[in-house]
Design a protein around this ligand. Structure first.
Ligand SMILES: Nc1nc2c(c(=O)[nH]1)N[C@H]1C(S)=C(S)[C@@H](COP(=O)(O)O)O[C@H]1N2
Ligand SMILES: [Mo]
Length: 214
């Protein structure tokens, strides 16, 4: 009994340290629902308003910059890389979260093995067909739940959600997950992307409510 209580206090101290009780969520929710978020069942669409149609002909993916082996991939070459399934939650800065999304695609680990970033590479910049950009750190990219995804719930990812291939970074707010990605650039220094230059937080951790820049 007291062991359980100690555990609970320990957990709460850890949450408080991490800022997880920022908006006073109840304990059972704060386990999984980040502060200030509400659950949705559907998948809302959010972007700059241009939704480019990327056919297999138009599709390309450059992975280059501070890497030993830059590549230029067509869609069938992306599909020929090792494919994996993953289930993860999505958290959007506009305050919706969706649990248990089933994804299929290429893991960031597979990408890293393919292009081999140089030792001084520390950041990753995503570029997309609509001109959108967003940036993360290399260690965030290397997380096991990060994928280039082309299926959601067993179906091809729709154009409105960035199909045929988009980025997925579940542990960060969804603006870090570029739709219609066409270039993954590894860099030695950080370079803020579209929203990061326009008032959003550079780090974007939902558990720390890193929504806006200070
Ligand atoms: N290429 C591109 N990717 C993008 C965006 C965009 O405008 N263009 N918007 C971002 C933002 S702000 C969000 S919240 C998510 C939304 O993804 P969804 O429309 O699939 O929900 O995509 C992110 N990726
Ligand atoms: Mo967003």
């Amino acid at each position: 009994m007291s062991g359980f209580k100690d555990k609970l206090i320990e957990a709460k101290q850890a949450w408080a340290k991490a800022g997880r009780l920022l908006t006073g969520n109840t304990a059972e929710h704060s386990e999984r629902l980040p502060p200030g978020q509400r659950l949705v069942k559907d998948w809302p669409v959010l972007d700059l308003g241009v939704q480019p149609e990327i056919t297999a002909q138009k599709f390309f993916l450059d992975i280059n910059g501070a890497v030993e082996n830059p590549v230029h991939l067509k869609l069938d070459e992306v599909m020929a890389l090792e494919q994996e399934d993953s289930v993860s939650d999505m958290h959007c800065v506009t305050a919706w979260s969706r649990y248990d999304n089933k994804w299929r695609g290429v893991s960031s680990r597979t990408i890293l093995e393919l292009v081999r970033p140089v030792h001084t590479a520390k950041h990753v910049i995503f570029h997309a067909h609509d001109g959108y950009t967003t940036n993360i750190r290399l260690d965030q990219f290397a997380e096991p739940d990060v994928f280039l995804v082309h299926q959601w719930e067993g179906q091809p990812i729709e154009r409105i959600h960035g199909g045929p291939v988009r980025v997925l970074i579940p542990k960060l707010y969804l603006w870090k997950s570029a739709k219609w990605v066409n270039r993954i650039e590894f860099t030695t220094s950080d370079r803020p992307g579209f929203w990061e230059r326009n008032g959003y937080n550079n780090n974007a951790d939902p558990w720390l409510e890193e929504r806006y820049s200070a």
